[in-house]
Design a protein around this ligand. Structure first.
Ligand code: SF4
Length: 314
């Protein structure tokens, strides 16, 4: 499940990002809200059998105190903790806490200097700092994955860029996000396939020892994952789609619960939350996505086919 500690982003410049970035005083988690959070999270974990807590979207380290408090309240033998981050705010003190509590990082790093600046619009000194910070994470022996986005503008560098991360940043575990949120035409998808073919050959010939975390391409909902999200305004939703600006008006229709409620009421909300309900939500979301993003979804299907072939052959 995903916990959103804040809807503020400290960089706010990525060319492919449509997430709704706004935060108001009354949306922040407060000390009081966190009082019973372990019991509320437990209800969702039991119901969905998901004991992975992922602090995600915008920049979670802006609210490190919240992350720390929540982790301290939960049973570490039961739960896994993951933080998605752009790593720009990391401090030794945070890294120490991550190490002590066995917290994993998913680091957004869009490849080499050129590719990162093209997709994330950052100045080179900020990108160099990111590379330095990844080295710090390695020095602290913290488990990390590299989250990489490739877009049509940089897809011809994909093969080269894997070697860049592999050799220079010691990345061995990858999460590749190839198409979502971008307009790809067939020419660029063909290039995507070419680049993956070269990569496949090196992986199968043991020239490159890398591993992909999510070998299953999850497409129940096009463009988005189905995963419970506890938003920064304390509402609970069934899919990451609610994080996007274009879904602001519809999201109340798929709200499952609200963490401001009493435990007993949250339990009631989840009483009938089963696969069947999940399918109904997915159907509704797909209907809206299909209506608004028909062409993008067609290309997403094609890219998923290419990507699935690649994953099945390595
Ligand atoms: S992708 Fe993440 S870091 Fe980039 S603008 Fe969006 S929220 Fe900020």
């Amino acid at each position: 499940m995903i916990l959103v500690p804040t809807r503020i982003c400290n960089t706010n410049k990525c060319s492919y990002c449509w997430v709704f970035k706004n935060d108001f005083e009354d949306l922040f988690f407060s000390e009081k809200n966190i009082e019973n959070i372990e019991n509320k999270i437990e209800i969702i974990a039991e119901k969905t059998n998901d004991y992975n807590i992922r602090f995600f979207w915008w920049e979670p380290f802006l609210k490190f105190w919240i992350i720390k408090k929540i982790i301290e309240k939960l049973d570490k033998k039961k739960y896994n903790f993951i933080i998605n981050t752009n790593l720009s705010l990391i401090k030794d003190e945070y890294l120490k806490f991550l190490k002590e509590n066995d917290i994993k990082l998913i680091i957004s790093c869009n490849w080499d200097l050129y590719s990162h600046s093209t997709t994330r619009n950052l100045e080179s000194d900020k990108i160099l700092l990111l590379y330095e910070n990844i080295k710090k994470v390695i020095d602290f022996w913290i488990y990390y994955q590299i989250n990489i986005v490739t877009t049509p503008k940089i897809v011809d560098r994909l093969y080269k860029n894997f070697y860049f991360i592999y050799n220079n940043l010691w990345g061995k575990i990858f999460n590749l996000l190839p198409v979502n949120y971008n307009w790809w035409d067939l020419k660029w998808l063909k290039e995507f396939e070419n680049q993956l073919d070269k990569l496949k050959s090196d992986i199968n010939n043991k020239k490159l020892y890398i591993k992909f975390i999510n070998k299953d391409v999850n497409n129940n909902v096009w463009l988005f994952n189905s995963e419970i999200v506890i938003d920064s305004n304390w509402k609970v939703y069934p899919s990451m789609v609610i994080l996007e600006s274009f879904f602001n008006e519809e999201k109340t229709k798929i709200q499952i619960s609200d963490f401001y409620k009493e435990i007993k009421d949250i339990k009631d909300d989840f009483l009938f939350y089963e696969n069947e309900n999940q399918k109904i939500y997915e159907k509704y979301i797909n209907k809206i996505l299909n209506k608004r993003f028909e062409d993008i979804i067609e290309n997403d299907k094609e890219s998923s086919r290419i990507f699935s072939n690649f994953l099945n052959q390595i």
